[in-house]
Design a protein around this ligand. Sequence first.
Ligand code: NAD
Length: 349
Amino acid sequence: MSVFSQIDFDTHEQVLFCHDDAVGLYGIIAIHSTALGPAAGGCRMFPYASTEAALKDVLRLSKGMSYKNAMAGLPLGGGKCVIIADPKRPDKADLLRAFSKHVQSLGGRYWTAIDVGVGPKDADILAENCDYIFARASEYPEGFNPSLFTALGGFTGIRAVAQHVWGKSDLKGMKVAIQGLGATGRDLSRQLYEAGAELFVTDINETALQYVVDNYNATPVSPDKIHALEVDIFAPCAMGGIINDTSIHEIRAKAICGLANNQLASEQHGVMLMEKGITYVPDYVVNAGGMMGAGTRIFSQPSMEDSRNRVLGLYDTIMKLLEKARNENSPTSEVADRMALEIIANGKN
Ligand code: NAD
């Protein structure tokens, strides 16, 4: 297998294969672009079925980080890393310590943080041997998780899309369906509830579902029905690929704005959403809150208030994007890609 002929290889600047026999570490770091600044993006620990699957994921995710950081207005490039392992492994901390030495060897060209299978406490372990780690538990007040910045970005995006579609950012009485009530979906539910929205929610985890039903007056819905509800806004906050050949014909929401990564199964689905008159807020734009809140630490020492304000700035970014797409009669997903590429090509943010 050649890395360069992989379909997801997109002139990445650097791909580093990391191995440590002593602990059985197999990992990959992909730096997509440093045009805007040091590459930044989380560390994922997942038991990939093959090296090819891990490589595909890290190439795709690191490119997505370049676009996300560009659209977020951050002076950061795009990168991502994966560790091929089950995050429930008892020797997880040893793997993280061994892996972080490889991140350190890049001398700050790449900064990493949390992602699937790697939480803020794990980021502290990564930081034992490495200067280029952000979103660490020890940097925040007890109980705070940088995912809360992402949830704030989701709420901000929903206000923006409501303003764009209905001419009002007041969410009182707005019907919102939320898929996935984990670190992001749960706090998004809280904010929407407090803003007076009517919530319809689902999760495959019964405890997660019950919490939101009990605390935020939400109506529980079966996981296979949530996307098809007749609501104003559908907010996917679970897994990728939710907008696909099957679901797209069943979606009845007027707008889609959620925090899950890679919501469109293919680029064509962005075109189809526009044709159906559904306003889609591209995932990597609205879910940049975590990077905007926690990633700023790479180039400054922001207060919590500065971080929050930066995330709230997503409102203007999303409004600008939606208006541009409307004026050009183009899918929002394509317009976002073009805007991101232009920022990267200009080399500054
Ligand atoms: P999480 O693991 O904390 O929560 C995800 C929830 O979705 C879980 O409760 C899980 O049970 C549920 N779920 C999984 N499959 C489901 C299904 N088929 N139907 C209904 N529920 C299902 O994850 P998170 O941190 O909340 O992230 C959610 C999404 O947002 C992911 O796609 C993630 O990549 C993306 N994202 C998260 C952040 C962040 O800061 N956490 C930042 C950017 C993007």
